[in-house]
Design a protein around this ligand. Structure first.
Ligand SMILES: Cc1cc2nc3c(=O)[nH]c(=O)nc-3n(C[C@H](O)[C@H](O)[C@H](O)COP(=O)(O)OP(=O)(O)OC[C@H]3O[C@@H](n4cnc5c(N)ncnc54)[C@H](O)[C@@H]3O)c2cc1C
Length: 355
């Protein structure tokens, strides 16, 4: 083996030791090989610095097998194109993580952080408009996208609607009307549409350098098709017009009415999930400035992952202005978010969740 190959391997080992979590081959075996996600590329076999993994042919299939002693250096796992448990792959680039509660009074889903950030940005003229989702006036819980410029309008639309809303379309209408500084709230799929507009050479934001959009993503395990949600509720003898609040928390879907509350495991509603959700493996919205959800925080608080410098400025600004209170999230809470993100990825790959 040429000397420079060995020194490269040594450098890789040093980086892994210092900067990444180290995993044993067992983890690769459990998550990738036995589940059938292995693409038979051989990167783990050839990448193992101590030659402990062999590529065997079993029933004409190439299968990596541990034949030597695993040193848990983590290289096989880190190089595998199907390994996804590395926290960066699950929740993306996170500069800081918080639990946040708004100190102002309005209708909200969790801690009201999303509304508070938008309010701060509007009040301080960091944005000209915010694009959010509200209920369609005559059709309860059917979302419409709305461009708002006042805190009163923001307060009217606090809370979560568990159905896709065409917020990106509304944002573009705003640009056409000359509103070049906007914030948008959406699930990862909405935010990804904007990322395309930023990264593609023909995308609106790569062509128009005056335009800027602050992206707030909402954690999302799945969104529902409105007609199928209605059908599910009907089966449970619930009229959607009587629903005061929907919530997904701790794997449960909860419907609150005036005098009653009912809950089901989220998986009971799989048949009502939007078909597009089957193509999604991003829980938190990797391409946003700030991601918000309830996983990882106590009731009444919002978990906030800050991903960009301007995201950090908005959180610190809202804190300084006395609009929110915030505490840094404990690492076990960040892990809870990563675990849910892993669950979503497992679902995408139709894998059995690793233990
Ligand atoms: C489809 C969906 C699924 C979700 N699933 C999870 C989950 O599995 N786990 C989890 O931890 N969190 C989930 N969330 C996020 C969670 O419900 C809260 O939205 C989040 O915690 C923010 O709460 P808040 O009190 O800070 O927001 P608030 O201050 O109440 O503000 C919420 C903002 O979101 C806007 N909004 C509501 N619905 C939509 C929509 N469909 N599209 C775009 N904007 C919208 C509102 O207009 C409002 O401006 C989901 C959200 C959605 C939309």
């Amino acid at each position: 083996m040429p000397a420079d190959y060995n020194s490269t391997v040594e450098e890789i080992q040093r980086v892994l030791k210092e900067k990444t979590k180290r995993f044993a081959f067992k983890k690769l075996e459990r998550e990738v090989i036995t589940t059938g996600a292995c693409v038979e590329c051989g990167s783990c076999v050839e990448g193992c610095p101590v030659g402990a993994i062999s590529g065997s042919r079993i029933d004409n299939k190439y299968v990596p097998i541990l034949t030597g002693e695993c040193t848990s250096c983590g290289i096989c796992y880190a190089m595998c194109p199907r390994a996804f448990s590395i926290e960066d792959n699950l929740i993306g680039n996170v500069k800081s993580a918080w639990k946040v509660r708004s100190l102002r009074n309005y209708r909200r889903q969790d801690g009201g952080a999303v509304t508070a950030f938008l309010e701060y940005m509007l009040e301080n003229k960091l944005i000209e408009a915010a694009v959010i989702a509200c209920q369609t006036p005559d059709i309860p819980w059917l979302p419409i996208a709305k461009r708002v410029t006042s805190k009163e309008e923001l307060h009217d639309c606090g809370g979560t609607i568990y159905t896709h809303a065409p917020v990106v379309s509304e944002m573009i209408k705003g640009f056409k009307e000359g509103l070049f500084k906007q914030a948008i709230v959406g699930t990862a799929c909405n935010i990804d549409a904007i990322e395309r507009m930023e990264s593609h050479q023909a995308g609106f934001f790569s062509v128009n350098t005056d335009a800027s959009i602050f992206k707030i993503s909402l954690f999302c395990m799945e969104s529902f098709n409105y007609a199928d949600l209605l059908k599910f509720l009907k089966g449970e003898e619930i009229q959607i017009k009587d629903v005061k609040r929907f919530a997904i928390s701790g794997g449960q879907f909860t419907v609150t009415m005036d005098t009653d509350e009912k809950s089901w495991p989220v998986k009971d509603l799989d048949s009502a999930a939007a078909t597009s959700c089957a193509y999604c493996q991003d829980l938190t919205g990797l391409n946003s400035d700030i991601s918000c959800g309830n996983i990882g925080s106590d009731d009444g608080w919002t978990t906030v992952l800050v991903r960009t410098v301007r995201g950090e400025k908005v959180l610190q600004g809202a804190l300084k202005a006395g609009i929110i209170e915030a505490e840094e999230l404990e690492s076990k809470s960040v892990s809870a978010v990563a675990n849910s993100a892993r669950f979503k990825k497992n679902k995408f790959y139709s894998l059995i969740a690793p233990h």
